[in-house]
Ligand binder design. Structure first.
Ligand SMILES: Cc1cc2nc3c(=O)[nH]c(=O)nc-3n(C[C@H](O)[C@H](O)[C@H](O)COP(=O)(O)O)c2cc1C
Ligand SMILES: C=C(O[C@@H]1CC(C(=O)O)=C[C@@H](OP(=O)(O)O)[C@H]1O)C(=O)O
Length: 396
């Protein structure tokens, strides 16, 4: 199992993450990690802060000649806009933020709680996820995300192609590609308002059996949902059809099972095919070999230039919520964050399933378990199939 912690305030000197349990022998691709960090900083609608920060990874432990050693990996990101001690205390808590509940429950000012709950922290989580991608890439697992909807406008379907995704307006500041979404963000900004959206992430190449059917906190869907829900401003998570499944009869939800006899012996699905993937690649808490589909809803940014109603905490009189420099839309950034927290959860489930303390051990263990499963499929039901006229009781 992998685990990580993050530390750091939004305007403190730096963000730190410590990742533990990561296998030895993985070459960490610093360019890939910095690319993910850069993608998180992008997208149309972000505020001035992203022009001040240049998120570059500092790998401070757990490496020897560029390869992981199996020891905890410490990751650090420097905040250019570090000015925590000079920032003013907000007087009117912002709805939708930790401000009021945090200050009351911790007996502090608002500043002490908002600095830590800020989504600046997600830079550290993306760095952790990007490290995990280095492991996933080595075993043929890919995690890919995109914006599905923004401000109620459906984004054009995006091909599963990185070049196309990265050229999309939701990841760049190029307004020509999807003018309606860009116009909606501009309109919200002019009105002092903000926009949310819907994100989709797809994991391909997952072997069958990540997660657990046997214990609540090890189910893969539960772990993914918790991880995605823990991202700032995410308010809904669906796997596969999600809420749509509740509206359909069973016959339009259950994915048929088919078998391809002439499949490749190394096929991670052992020849089984599902013509639909309404389950989103997870059944009974286990990955089933189909692409894992996760959808997340991001609420609009709560800090609005037009300032919602609040209360002055000094005299308790009505007062507009404190406004600080803020994003108008961070939906594209949230998509990158979802991808990377998902990458961590998949890597963690992978290390757990294959008891991997090194990349070499992971490869070997994946092969051994694959061969074992093939043999099992060939022999178990041949040896255990009930006789045609058997009296074996069935449930009725
Ligand atoms: C990438 C990203 C950027 C964000 N930027 C802002 C921002 O500039 N201003 C703001 O008020 N909230 C922003 N948020 C949302 C807040 O962090 C979040 O709403 C807040 O911490 C309260 O948490 P909750 O919405 O999960 O309850 C951002 C969220 C994400 C994921
Ligand atoms: C700093 C980041 O996002 C910040 C997340 C955030 C919030 O309240 O969540 C508020 C803003 O902070 P600031 O007031 O300093 O501009 C965002 O810029 C980042 O994503 O790197």
């Amino acid at each position: 199992m992998l685990r990580y912690f993050t530390a750091g305030e939004s305007h403190g000197p730096s963000l730190t993450a410590i990742l533990e349990g990561f296998p030895a022998g993985v070459r960490l691709d610093v360019e890939l990690i910095n690319y993910e960090l850069k993608r998180r900083q992008g997208g149309y609608g972000r505020g001035k802060r992203q022009t001040l920060e240049t998120d570059l990874i500092h790998l401070e432990s757990g490496l020897y000649h560029g390869q992981t050693t199996g020891a905890p990996i410490a990751l650090r990101l420097i905040n250019n806009d570090a000015k925590l001690e000079r920032l003013k205390e907000p007087i009117a808590p912002r709805g939708g933020h930790v401000d009021l509940a945090g200050a009351i429950s911790r007996q502090t000012g608002i500043r002490q709680v908002l600095e830590r709950s800020s989504a600046r922290e997600t830079a550290a989580r993306v760095a952790v996820g990007a490290v995990c991608r280095c492991l996933l890439n080595a075993v043929g697992i890919d995690v890919f995300g995109y914006v599905r909807e923004l401000g109620g406008i459906e984004a054009p379907p995006i091909a599963w192609d990185r070049a196309i995704r990265d050229a999309s307006p939701v990841y760049t500041l190029n307004p020509e590609i999807d003018p309606s979404i860009v116009a909606a963000i501009d309109k919200a900004r002019q009105a002092g308002d903000t926009l949310g959206g819907v994100l989709e992430t797809i994991v391909t190449g997952c072997p069958i059996g990540l997660g657990s059917h046997a214990q609540h906190d090890r189910k893969l869907d539960a772990r993914l949902a918790a991880a995605v829900m823990s991202i700032q401003a995410i308010k809904g998570v669906e796997i596969g059809l999600g809420f749509e499944a509740a509206r359909r009869p069973g016959s339009q939800v259950m994915d048929p099972i088919e078998y391809q006899h002439d499949h490749d012996p190394n096929d991670r699905r052992f020849g089984f095919r599902r013509p639909t993937n309404h389950a989103g690649g997870i059944e009974g808490g286990l990955s089933n070999g189909e692409p894992i589909l996760i959808r997340a809803a991001k609420k609009p940014i709560s800090t609005m230039a037009k300032r919602g109603p609040s209360v002055n905490l000094a005299d308790k009189s009505p007062h507009p919520a404190t406004y600080e420099r803020s994003d108008v839309c961070a939906v594209p950034a949230a998509s990158v964050i979802v991808e990377n927290v998902v990458a961590f959860e998949i890597a963690s489930a992978l290390c757990e399933r294959y008891v991997a303390t090194s990349l070499e051990a992971l490869h070997a263990s994946m092969q051994v378990i694959h061969d074992l499963s093939r043999r099992h499929l060939e022999t178990y039901w041949r040896d255990h199939a009930p006789a045609p006229a058997s009296n074996t009781p069935t449930l009725s």
